[in-house]
Design a protein around this ligand. Structure first.
Ligand code: HEM
Length: 500
């Protein structure tokens, strides 16, 4: 049996309203007997159960898929029945109370098609990504300098990825005027939102009652959204006022030009702009930076693999300067290391869909009661699928060799079109549009950082800890990476030994 079903039977609307009435009455009665708000909250929590976001719909069944054949059949073969995500499973849905969609949260339809096409073909397409070659090299230089001077490794890797995405999003001129301090503040703010999100899920699951129960938390949601608007919209205004007839190279410029043709040719409104920008910076940074941190952490843990990788890197790279995109394609072991990291530590641990109808039921196989009319949430467990013992030998071990010729992962298909053995970027029509750029950035940074430094454990009492922390959307390292970096002295910069 490839999937496991947890039942939460659907309720008709009249019963739902009745429940709400009962709940309101309970709230009133309980409030009479409670001395404080804390008393009131704990009384109600006992009655309602835990009110945290679990990525499942309030109504309908939740179906978990751990079988890769079922995942392939559903997401790829029957992709037309797996096009929507459940509402409330996406950060922007929570922050905008389901009003301003981005690509991730948009229901399948004209808005999703237009915004997805814009980002996939216009911004993240390999031919456009090469426009930021210079940015990437500059950011790498800053990163090497900051690591060399002892800045914490995990934090520095995150900021490097954020800097590239910010420049792609707003354009070089706007970001350089912002300056590093403001950029770092924007990145921190974005992170704070992600860390706070799990406690906000309650407003999607119980929108009416939760606002009464958690007024200060609700005010925090409103304040965070306002802060997003206040930090992004002035930048959009600057870009608007500077618009000339030149090349439209930034994401914001492409959004300002975008028209939703199937929706009367309307432009993207300000609320949607804020959600789309926040998604680009947030989804793009957290996932890539987490994968980079996991990869470097595994290389610290396994000096033998790090040495093997460095031999390949040194053999291909030219004597001086940074390793460029063209050279990366001649480094199969580098790609194997990155793929193994994505298999073993997928930054996005699950992929969700909201499904209805017979086609979905057929794709999912034997469901005792089929898919209920109100629909069901399907949760594809990315981590478990990548650790399936039937597809991978020693699945919990970090073994890049499995992606080399003769290994079970040779020729791994990241789009999952032919076969699904791992799905770090999802699968089907809503798979990640940023996957080729993410792969490029991961390989670029890993190769250059391994060439520049030897990465060692920071100390006997400060070893790298691979424990996972499950956030709302991303799986990150519970303890950010710290390592002892020894400069190799292959470039013009003098040898240097630092713990970061
Ligand atoms: C290592 C890096 C990354 C990983 C592991 C990753 C993973 C994922 C996953 C698992 C999904 C859900 C796919 C599905 O539901 O089938 C997704 C969706 C998405 N990702 Fe990524 N992602 C990464 C990088 C990026 C980057 C760099 C961007 C853009 C700058 C990006 C933008 C998006 C968007 C917009 C979606 C929503 C697609 C849709 O609903 O049509 N991601 N990503």
């Amino acid at each position: 049996m490839g999937h496991l079903i947890t039942t939460l039977p659907p309720l008709p609307d009249c019963i739902n309203s009745l429940c709400f009435l009962l709940l309101a009455t309970t709230l009133f009665l309980v409030s009479l007997s409670c001395r404080s708000r804390t008393d009131l909250q704990s009384c109600l929590l006992r009655k309602l159960g835990p009110m945290t976001q679990r990525g499942s719909e309030r109504r309908g069944q939740s179906i978990q898929v751990t079988d890769r054949a079922v995942a392939h059949r559903a997401l790829v073969v029957h992709s037309a029945a797996f096009l929507d995500r459940p509402t409330g499973a996406v950060p922007s849905t929570i922050l905008t109370r389901n009003r301003h969609y981005n690509i991730l949260s948009a229901p399948y339809g004209p808005y999703w098609r237009a915004t997805r096409r814009n980002v996939a073909a216009g911004v993240l397409h390999p031919s456009r990504v090469s426009l930021v070659d210079g940015t990437r090299a500059r950011v790498l230089g800053d990163l090497v300098r900051s690591l060399g001077s002892g800045a914490p490794a995990g934090e520095s890797l995150h900021f490097a990825v954020y800097s590239i995405l910010a420049e792609m999003c707003f354009g070089m001129d706007v970001v350089s005027k912002l300056g590093e301090t403001r950029l770092r503040a924007m990145q921190k703010f974005q992170r704070d939102i992600l860390l706070a999100l799990p406690s906000f899920g309650v407003f999607v699951r119980y929108p009416r009652i939760a606002k009464l129960l958690y007024p200060s938390r609700w005010r925090q949601v409103l304040a965070l959204r306002r802060q997003q608007e206040e930090s992004f919209l002035p930048l959009v205004a600057t870009i608007k006022s500077n618009r000339d007839t030149g090349v439209k190279s930034s994401y914001v410029e492409s959004l300002l030009e975008l028209r939703i043709h199937e929706d009367g040719g309307r432009p993207v409104n300000d609320g949607e702009l804020v959600s789309l920008i926040s998604e680009f910076l947030g989804a793009g940074t957290e996932s890539t930076a987490a994968a980079l941190e996991w990869t470097m952490a595994n290389l610290v843990k396994r000096p033998d693999l790090q040495r093997k990788l460095r031999v390949e890197v040194d053999a291909v790279a030219s004597a001086e300067g940074v390793i460029e995109e063209a050279e990366l394609s001649r480094m199969p072991y580098l790609r194997a290391v990155v793929l193994e990291s994505l298999r073993r530590h997928p930054p996005v641990p699950f992929v969700l869909r909201h499904v209805k109808g017979d086609e979905a039921a057929k794709a999912l196989g034997s469901l005792p009661r089929g898919v209920p009319e109100s629909g069901a949430t399907v949760n594809f467990l990315v981590g478990k699928i990548g650790r399936d013992g039937a597809a991978w030998s020693d699945p919990t071990q970090f073994k890049p060799e499995r992606f080399m010729p003769g290994g079970e992962g040779e020729g791994a298909d990241l789009t999952c079109t032919r076969e699904l053995k791992m799905m770090p970027f999802g699968a089907g029509r809503r798979a990640c549009p940023g996957f080729s750029m993410a792969m490029l950035h991961l390989q670029y940074f890993v190769a250059n950082l391994v060439r520049e430094f030897e990465w060692w454990e920071a100390g006997e009492d400060d070893v790298v800890d691979l424990t996972e922390f499950r956030g709302f959307f991303f799986t990150i390292m519970k303890h950010p990476l710290r390592a002892r970096l020894v400069r190799r002295g292959m470039t013009c910069t003098p040898p240097h030994d630092t713990a970061v």
